[in-house]
Design a protein around this ligand. Structure first.
Ligand code: WTA
Length: 674
């Protein structure tokens, strides 16, 4: 842990614990889970057999015979011997009783466009036709990887479920990422097919998304990965609405090709429980994003169980998670968990404040949404620009979720009182791309809520807080340390795609007692977050202990940002630090030093910003690019990001006299804090 973060954690522990809020009685009366014995059933003594309860929420072709195989620890196999298909579980099995029920409500960003309501029967038809196309036209088969770079649309889950039907491993890249970012993921996963969409609406503008596919394919080819087919969905079926022309022989319009597959039915592949279902790339401490590999049976069981007990989804609920499917939240809690439970899941194309900050509440009113799920950054923004909007609309949420970053108690209270009108149970769910589903949360029908705290470990998840030496902090001590999970669980990722060593090193090496051990007790999972546990067993998450910046709930690696800045030829060195921000939580400040012979200028700063946008995407846009004469460095030449972070945040830089160049600190401070 670097010194900067330790002190931040120490500041955080002086925050006061908030008072409890109790779940509303009418919520408890209908909740899926009110039996407190769940914590005993899922105690460590009953581990791992407790997770049978989650597996039994699914339909298996062949039931599993071993719940947890640890022979290759820490790469675990859950529900070994079981055969299952995720697409079957999310679609086919609901037809007998619910084929006329809406599976997906797709809400276009333009309010004058019609909302699309896709029934389970229609989802079944469209998933089958797409699966046939992927198999017979694109030549994809079980075990192949395919990269999706799709915006929020009904076609995205249709494509994911079509892949899952065939046992093709999908890797969806967030639509807002650049073509270059997609290329890295195409190359790492070895995809020869890219699936995209011609365009989509964002902030009222129809964006040309297809042009990113051209960049992605070109860059992937440079890196040695040839994409031979680009499959392009049309935002308006039958009408191509991007400016970028199609490349003959490589680009194909899905909506045209599908005509050859009308009425096709594809038998779902009987996958082994431990076969990979998808990859989700995420930022880590080093430059290259990591492909978190999620399995089929374990992952699906975990997201289904947690959707039922924490999201409290019932058959008649209308469930809206406002995340993007391009992130893990969307995979687990828009697509796989809710659809496995036969829910009606809302997919919204655009941004929350288009055309005005009343939009989310109009959608809620019109679709009668009663479960709402979003991130603190969206809550902060809506609170700032439309604090009185929710009261103008007639909707009632029974349940709301916050996810992705710590939420300030003040913001939590606005969410509770104004958005939830004091009538909803709130869960603050703490988890990660790697973990597949929730790690800590209150159980909405059982536990009181505490603003700013995620809650206890989920049933079957047993957190501990370790200090830097691996000594466990006393339970409930209110001291900050590194939060780890003692045991594996079914939703946990299986490995980093193609890099088992990195998986072990990043997440387990630091606290593993015996690297040859096959006993899960020797392999606590290191989450990379700092946390404190209060006497009531609730965890408050303080943020990352590594070089990850969580901007608006989106993980960006400082190394990724820094290497993107180095693409600008004048730049010699770069350093990124997090700055506190009212809306985004934190935002990056970018410091660069130039090669000799170059002059600082506004144009150059703009060039750095452009490089970040084109290498990563608009979410990487820094608050400011500071062109400095030199970076503060230790005598061994290490850039002191901690010092820069203090300058950016107007906090005390501490003693800098031991640096190799202490004088530059004052120069930079004058420049930044003027
Ligand atoms: C942070 C998103 C506080 C945390 C699901 C974690 C949170 C990282 C919370 C993972 C929360 C997520 N309270 N912090 N409720 N949820 N985080 O992989 O630092 O995009 O390690 O997964 O977000 O981000 P990721």
């Amino acid at each position: 842990m670097s010194q900067g973060e330790t002190s931040e954690a120490q500041i955080a522990v002086h925050w006061q614990e908030e008072d409890y809020f109790y779940p509303p009685r009418d919520f408890v009366a209908q909740a899926n889970l009110t039996d407190e014995s769940v914590y005993d059933r899922f105690s460590l003594d009953n581990f791992p057999n407790c997770f049978k309860e989650y597996a039994d929420l699914l339909d298996w072709y062949e039931y599993w015979d071993e719940i947890l195989d640890t022979s290759d620890a820490p790469c675990y196999k859950w529900f070994k011997g079981g055969k299952i298909n995720a697409s079957y579980n999310c679609v086919d099995r609901h037809l007998a009783r619910n084929k006329n029920k809406t599976a997906i409500h797709f809400v276009p960003e333009l309010e004058e466009e019609k909302v699309e309501h896709i029934t389970y029967q229609e989802l079944y038809v469209r998933v089958n036709e797409m699966a046939a196309l992927l198999r017979d036209f694109a030549g994809l088969k079980r075990g192949d990887r395919v990269t999706l770079h799709m915006p929020m649309s009904a076609e995205l889950p249709i494509t994911m479920l079509a892949c899952a039907r065939l046992g093709v491993i999908h890797s969806q890249v967030f639509g807002g990422f650049s073509g270059n970012a997609a290329a890295d993921r195409i190359e790492d996963s070895g995809s020869r097919v890219l699936i995209t969409m011609d365009s989509y609406y964002r902030g009222g503008k129809l964006l040309d998304h297809k042009k990113k596919a051209d960049e992605a394919v070109a860059k992937a080819a440079q890196d040695g990965q040839v994409v031979d087919k680009v499959l392009i969905w049309q935002r308006y079926p039958g009408k191509y609405s991007a400016q970028t022309p199609l490349v003959e022989g490589r680009d194909f319009l899905v909506n045209d090709e599908l005509k050859n597959f009308y009425g096709a039915r594809v038998e779902p592949e009987r996958m082994n429980a431990e076969d990979p279902l998808f990859l989700m790339y995420t930022s880590g401490t080093t430059g290259k994003p990591k492909g978190c590999q999620h399995g089929t049976g374990g992952y699906l069981a975990y997201v289904t169980g947690t959707s039922k007990y924490v999201q409290d989804i019932h058959p008649e609920d209308v469930y809206w998670c406002m995340a993007d499917i391009g992130w893990i939240t969307g995979h687990s809690y828009i697509v796989y968990g809710p659809l496995a439970l036969c829910a009606s899941s809302v997919i919204y194309e655009g941004i929350p404040n288009y055309p005005d900050p009343g939009r989310p509440w109009r959608i809620a009113q019109n679709l009668d949404v009663n479960i709402f799920h979003t991130a603190p950054t969206a809550i902060r923004a809506l609170r700032k620009i439309g604090p009185d909007e929710p009261a103008k609309y007639n909707y009632k949420f029974k349940h709301m979720t916050t996810v992705g970053e710590p939420i300030e108690p003040e913001v939590w209270k606005w969410y509770y009182n104004v958005v939830g009108k004091g009538q909803a149970a709130i869960v603050d769910t703490w988890w990660q791309t790697e973990t597949g589903g929730f790690l800590c949360s209150t159980l909405p029908g059982i536990s009181p809520m505490k603003p700013g705290s995620a809650g206890k470990g989920m049933p079957g998840i047993h957190p501990i807080i370790l200090d830097d030496e691996g000594v466990e902090l006393p339970r409930g001590a209110g001291k900050a340390g590194n939060i780890c999970i003692q045991n594996p669980w079914p939703g946990m990722f299986q490995t980093i795609w193609g890099d088992r060593d990195r998986f072990v090193t990043n997440y387990f090496a630091r606290y593993c007692k015996n690297p040859d051990s096959k006993d899960w007790r020797d392999w606590p999972y290191m989450t990379g977050d700092a946390a404190v546990e209060a006497p009531d067993g609730y965890y408050r998450i303080l943020g990352r202990i590594d070089d990850v910046i969580n901007v608006s709930g989106h993980r960006l690696g400082t190394k990724e940002l820094e290497s993107a800045a180095l693409v600008v030829e004048e730049v010699a060195e770069s350093a990124v630090v997090p700055v506190k921000d009212d809306i985004k939580g934190v935002t990056p400040d970018m410091y660069v030093a130039l090669k000799p012979g170059f002059e600082a200028s506004d144009e150059l700063a703009q060039k750095v910003i452009n490089a970040l946008i084109s290498e990563i995407g608009p979410i990487a846009k820094p608050r400011k690019v500071w062109i400095v004469p030199d970076m503060p460095k230790t005598r061994s030449g290490k850039i002191m990001r901690r010092v820069l972070a203090s300058i950016s945040n107007n906090t005390d830089v501490g003693d800098v006299m031991t640096l190799a160049n202490p004088d530059v600190v004052e120069t930079i401070r004058n420049q930044v804090q003027k």
